[in-house]
Design a protein around this ligand. Structure first.
Ligand SMILES: [Zn+2]
Length: 1237
């Protein structure tokens, strides 16, 4: 360490895993704590943690979290952090408030940008401006109509009355009475209304101190460089301390949470109401108790293990007896831990039928008593301990930053400072010793834990009861409160409030001087080190099969060679043109000289001389320019060298591919002899990750809604093996717990939640991930899951009921329901998994299936079995991705050989030849509602974009559905893309017909299809076309709006990079849209998102007090921008490009993400999409951005896009009228059930 950084005292050095080392320092000058974890990832992440104890429900810690971003002493510009972070290849900043601390994040690609932003960010934390104008817009204000507003106020209002928040508050209040943990750190609306800026400032002064700040950094970064970047900041702290005549270890600072916590001695039982739309759906029950001192980590882990045993999976006693039964007590059980200085455990039962609400506690106690009496399954306890060890390692590989920063934060707030025991950190990061210890505990240890540490502990039991009455009351009282206020304040004062707000908005929008921005230089992307991936596959149809690598690759190289030659030719032409221009210039100069000579004759000699001198100077300048040109040429040469390097890299990649192939292909087995599509991704990892991806496109539509039930059930059902052996669903779950770190089935790529499809919705994905030594076993069980699972009536009934109970819970989530409704409208009804998997379809579908199961059990079981076979018995619909460090596996090819992986006699391979997965099949299956989408865009271009909403309505009706296959993108250069688009649609139509034919073979197909699934699509579409769908909810105060506009659905579309920049440019913080919506406190948030694989651009407004006003302002802001040909700000374009680059690199952050990208690329139809996009993004011109803005966004908010708006039921009438004033027509539904079209 260089001597100038000596004051950074190293207090911990921990080797966390073989490739993660952590160093923790304390500054002896300022008291700052700094932890640097070296992790081999291209992303550098920072988490800055301040311990913030709340003292009431006014939400001051949360308020500060927001105000910190409104400028600092040295950088007094609202929002500057996001602007400079973007310039420095960073993601937008983020922050959150927990009960114990407030955390702020900074994430950049590479370390260069991180080091420039770090001191500025910290300046914001310790020296924020905390202005009145920031407080009014960001926190709270009374508007000119007497209502409440402000970003934080909206945020809290949105959630403070939901069942979880209400019960959370009761738990904290009673379990931790007399300490800071009893409060709500986010604040309650009542508290926020009463808070003042002075109180906030006072709190900041007491708590935001260097000795109370922990800086965690994770990634590839050099400690000395971090120290160096902190020098100025530390000096500033010292200067400030001198001013106040104090030093950092001043006696006045009371470390948060240092007061003792009063004991919790007496159990509490209570029932509380929470507002609910229906009031007759389901409730929740929560049981909480204290575990003990946080420093007793061994005890804490024991509780974690015993709760995994009791409630983790379908074989856990609580789940087995309360959820996984015919008449369930609840739809799910979850366990969470309050990690404070005294830890607690909260067990939650959700989706509880009303008649069971009061039975939960008794049942819970009975089950635990029975376990304590009958004894514990020791083997399973041990499995679970081992699972916890694996999961810890897995988390460190998958999300190192979040694991490390949360452990460091716990240790910082509750650990080392309070008892000065630094060794605790290492134990928390490497808890293996404790786990080993737990493995040796006898049965009696666990039984005593249940008996004495759980059952005999004082508890809080809260029964949460849904109440329609309460939701009405809450709204009423709020209304009355505002009316009273208006009367009290009077008109004049309200006007003043309005003016104050206007002034505050003006003050906040002070722009950042360019010279300030230019201090932050653009980092060099090429310096960033990526995680290496080598991928091989046996894709035969595409001709780039890796086993044939010589041929395939030659082709590729030739292709590239041609491109390069073309580029070279272009360059030559350019050079010729330049030479011509130079000649022209020379001629011009000659002419000028002649003229000058004439002039000279007229002028005096002295002047001549002067002019000559001037000319000489000019010539000198010209020479300088020539030198510059030479330099440019040198740069070009450098670039050429880079290209050569790139080619070398390609060569080594080829060698590595060959090496992997050689390793895999042994004993006469080749990758080609594997009779299904397989892709091997070689990656540095401790784990093996297997994804079986099944294309559901050809599934007959009437079976499609079963996918949700299959997802729910496939890992919880019995197996019937080839040798007539049966494996119960319990054993299956046990095996999974023993082998994997996680396993899942999903609709679409990436984990999706219930009733929501992930990316590429037409795929069904089964995934298992485990340690490398489990490779053979995992594949064996994957085979069993795919072909030997069976679904008896009882299992089907239980799963169906569980899902139905979950639907009641889901329907309370307004945001989720708004999106579900929108997807229901914009994707094809029977064909798209976005719709058939949708909560709006599933409720009826599952109720009917449950009824069928009761009426005619065997027929229903057969129907599901038919569905299973259709999905799994055609291996040409499979794509299998295996990601691991293959060199650590002996004979990795053997389990995949035909007779090992595929059950004998199951398939006739001649009948099912291997086909290619054609990416175009995964294009979105949109409904025809908005089908004539881009025609309209084209028209707009020609019409100079009129801004008449009514006219648009009639326009689009005339065009409707007529010509899907016309060159919809217009503009000539888009032929291939729009054809691709048209073909996509035609494909899906053909498949539709095929499916119908197939369905005809099935006796019940016709009638059932009509009854179950087919919606009166034409009528529906004519009714809703170009209309806003308004749905009433009784229990919400602010509105939720989402909006879809058809857009690019092809990952190779040449407009794509420009459109991504355009969207980012328009919606970034401090853009006019952002300022209008969030900056003025009209809504909590707004966003514009392009989902290419959906083929839509989505716009949404979250939690708006007046959503139509917000919509109007948003529309005005974007249209103004596009129509007035506003000039784009070069710095901001660069920032938008950099942010997108950062996201692209983030997609490659960990080994798991790298292989996930590799799988996505397959369905995108573009290899290395993220890396290619990086290059394309930076080449986009300003002109092109303006062009795509007009082409794709001028139609936003007009007809031919779809809007769903959820508002409070009492506001429907007003909303309809408000929409009319901005030329929008609407259809309303009083509640969700009415909407079920
Ligand atoms: Zn917030």
């Amino acid at each position: 360490m260089s001597s100038e950084f000596k004051h950074w005292k190293l207090i911990n050095e921990i080797q966390v895993t073989s490739n993660i080392t952590l160093h923790k320092y304390v500054s002896l000058k300022t008291g700052l704590t700094l932890a640097i974890s070296n992790v081999p990832t291209p992303i550098v992440s920072g988490t800055f943690i301040v311990a913030t104890e709340p003292f009431d429900n006014s939400g001051i810690p949360h308020i500060l979290e927001h105000l910190i971003f409104h400028g600092s002493d040295d950088y007094p510009y609202h929002g500057i952090l996001d602007v400079i972070t973007s310039r420095c290849l960073g993601e937008l900043t983020n922050a959150w408030t927990e009960i114990s601390n407030t955390s702020f994040t900074l994430t950049t690609a590479g370390s260069e940008g991180f080091l420039s932003v770090l001191p500025v960010y910290l300046d914001h934390l310790l020296f924020p401006t905390l202005t009145e104008s920031g407080f009014l817009t960001e926190i709270y204000h009374i508007n000119s109509e007497g209502g409440d507003g402000g970003v934080v106020y909206n945020e809290i209002q949105m959630c403070e009355n939901n069942a979880w928040e209400i019960t959370n508050r009761e738990i904290s209040k009673r379990l931790y009475q007399g300490s800071g943990f009893q409060w709500d750190s986010g604040g309650l609306t009542k508290g926020i209304r009463s808070v003042t800026l002075d109180k906030v400032k006072e709190y900041h002064k007491k708590v935001y101190l260097p000795e109370n700040l922990l800086i965690c950094i994770c990634g590839r970064i050099n400690s000395n460089e971090v120290f160096k970047s902190l020098t100025g900041f530390e000096n500033k702290i010292l200067t400030n301390l001198k001013k106040t005549n104090s030093n950092f270890s001043n006696q006045n600072f009371v470390r948060p949470f240092s007061n003792p916590i009063p004991k919790f001695l007496k159990s509490v039982n209570l029932t509380i109401d929470f507002p609910d739309d229906e009031g007759n759906s389901t409730g929740i029950v929560r049981i909480a108790y204290r575990i003990g001192n946080y420093s007793n980590f061994h005890n804490y882990l024991s509780h974690e293990i015993i709760w995994d045993y009791l409630a983790l999976s379908p074989i856990s006693p609580l789940v087995r007896e309360m959820v996984d039964i015919e008449d369930p007590f609840c739809s799910s059980i979850s366990v969470e831990y309050l990690e404070y200085s005294i830890t607690s455990c909260v067990i939650s039962f959700s989706g509880v039928p009303l008649n069971k609400l009061n039975l939960i506690e008794k049942k819970f106690v009975n089950i635990l008593e029975a376990v304590a009496q009958k004894g514990i399954d020791e083997k399973r306890i041990k499995d679970l301990i081992k699972l916890n060890i694996r999961s810890h390692l897995n988390s460190l590989e998958r999300k190192p930053n979040s694991v490390l920063s949360s452990v460091l934060s716990l240790d910082f707030v509750f650990g080392s400072h309070n008892n000065n025991n630094f060794s605790q950190l290492e134990e928390l990061l490497k808890p293996f010793k404790f786990y080993q210890n737990l493995l040796n505990h006898p049965k009696s240890y666990w039984i005593n834990l249940i008996k004495f540490s759980i059952l005999e502990q004082p508890k809080i039991v809260i029964v949460g009861n849904p109440s329609h009455k309460l939701s009405i009351q809450l709204l009423q009282s709020n209304k009355e409160r505002i009316e009273k206020r208006k009367e009290k304040i009077g008109v004049e004062k309200l006007k003043e409030y309005g003016l104050n707000l206007e002034n505050a908005i003006k003050k906040n929008s002070l722009s950042i001087p360019t010279n300030v921005l230019q201090q932050f230089k653009q980092p060099n992307v090429s310096k960033i080190q990526l995680i290496p991936l080598i991928t091989i596959n046996n894709n035969k149809k595409n001709g780039n099969n890796d086993s044939n690598n010589n041929k395939g690759n030659n082709n590729k190289e030739k292709g590239k060679g041609k491109e390069k030659e073309k580029e070279k030719e272009k360059e030559k032409e350019k050079e010729k043109e330049k030479e011509k221009e130079k000649e022209k210039e020379k001629e011009k100069e000659k002419e000028k000289e002649k003229e000058k000579e004439k002039e000279k004759e007229k002028e005096k000699e002295k002047e001549k001389e002067k002019e000559k001198e001037k000319e000489k100077e000019k010539e000198k300048e010209k020479e300088k320019e020539k030198e510059k040109e030479k330099e440019k040429e040198k740069e070009k040469e450098k670039e050429k060298e880079k290209e050569k390097e790139y080619e070398k890299e390609k060569e080594t990649e080829q060698k590595q591919k060959q090496k992997l192939l050689n390793y895999f292909q042994k004993d006469g087995i080749t990758i080609d002899s594997i009779p299904f599509w397989i892709q091997l991704d070689q990656i540095p990892s401790y784990f093996v990750d297997i994804n079986v991806v099944i294309d559901t496109s050809n599934l007959p539509n009437k079976y499609r809604p079963f996918l949700e039930l299959l997802r729910e059930l496939i890992f919880k059902t019995p197996l019937y093996l080839e040798n007539n052996k049966t494996i119960s669903h319990k054993v299956l779950v046990e095996k999974m717990e023993r082998m994997t770190v996680n396993y899942s089935a999903n609709i679409g790529l990436l984990a999706s939640s219930e009733f929501e499809a992930g990316e590429f919705a037409q795929l069904f994905v089964i995934r298992m991930r485990g340690e490398i030594d489990q490779y053979q076993k995992i594949i064996k069980w994957m085979k069993r899951i795919l072909w030997f699972t069976r679904f008896p009536a009882k299992r089907l009934r239980i799963a169906t009921k569980t899902l139905l109970n979950q639907i009641d819970e889901t329907k309370r989530d307004v945001e989720f329901m708004a999106w579900s409704t929108l997807k229901y409208l914009i994707f094809q009804k029977n064909k798209s998994n976005h719709v058939t998997n949708n909560v709006l379809i599933q409720k009826n579908f599952l109720s009917k299936f449950l009824n069928d199961l009761q009426q005619n059990e065997s027929k229903s079981v057969q129907k599901f079995e038919k569905f299973r076979q259709l999905l799994f018995n055609n291996i040409s619909n499979f794509k299998i991705q295996v990601a691991s460090d293959f060199y650590k596996i002996k004979n990795p090819q053997i389990p995949w050989v035909k007779n090992n992986f595929i059950p004998k006699n199951l398939f006739d391979f001649e009948k099912f030849p291997l086909k290619s997965f054609i990416p175009s099949q995964f294009l979105p299956i949109q409904s025809s509602l908005l089908r004539n989408k881009l025609d309209h865009v084209h028209k707009n271009d020609n019409n100079n974009m009129t801004n008449d909403n009514n006219k648009h309505g009639s326009n689009s009706n005339n065009n409707s559905n007529s010509n899907d296959n016309t060159n919809s993108n217009g503009n000539g250069n888009e032929n291939t893309n729009s054809n691709g688009n048209g073909n996509g649609n035609t494909n899906s139509n053909n498949q539709n017909q095929n499916n119908e034919k197939k369905s005809n073979d099935d006796d019940s197909a016709n009638t059932e299809t009509k009854n179950d699934m087919i919606l009166a699509s034409n009528d529906l579409q004519n009714t809703i076309k170009n209309k806003v769908i308004i749905i009433g909810f009784a229990s919400i105060e602010s509105g939720q709006l989402c909006h879809a506009l058809p857009s690019i659905d092809n990952f190779e579309n040449e407009d794509l990079p420009a459109l991504m920049i355009a969207i980012e440019y328009l919606t970034k913080p401090e853009s006019s849209l952002w300022k209008t919506i969030r900056g003025e406190g009209l809504a909590y948030d707004t966003s514009l998102t392009l989902l290419i694989e959906h083929g839509y651009i989505y716009f949404d407004i979250d939690s708006a007090i007046n959503p139509v006003q917000a919509l109007k302002q948003a529309s005005k802001s974007i249209k103004n921008f596009i129509q007035n040909n506003q000039e784009l700000n070069k710095d901001e374009i660069q920032a938008a490009k950099n942010r997108i680059s950062c996201w692209n690199i983030q997609e490659l952050e960990t080994p798991e993400k790298v292989t996930r990208e590799s799988l996505r690329d397959h369905f995108r139809g573009v290899k290395d999409f993220s890396i290619k996009n990086l290059k394309l993004i930076h080449a986009v011109s300003e002109k092109k951005i303006l062009f795509v803005m007009k082409k794709y966004l001028s139609n936003l908010f007009n007809g031919n896009s779809q809007i769903v708006l959820i508002v409070n039921s009492s506001k429907i009438e007003k909303t309809i009228k408000d929409l009319q004033t901005i030329g929008m027509h609407s259809i309303h539904f009083n509640n969700l059930d009415d909407f079920n079209l």
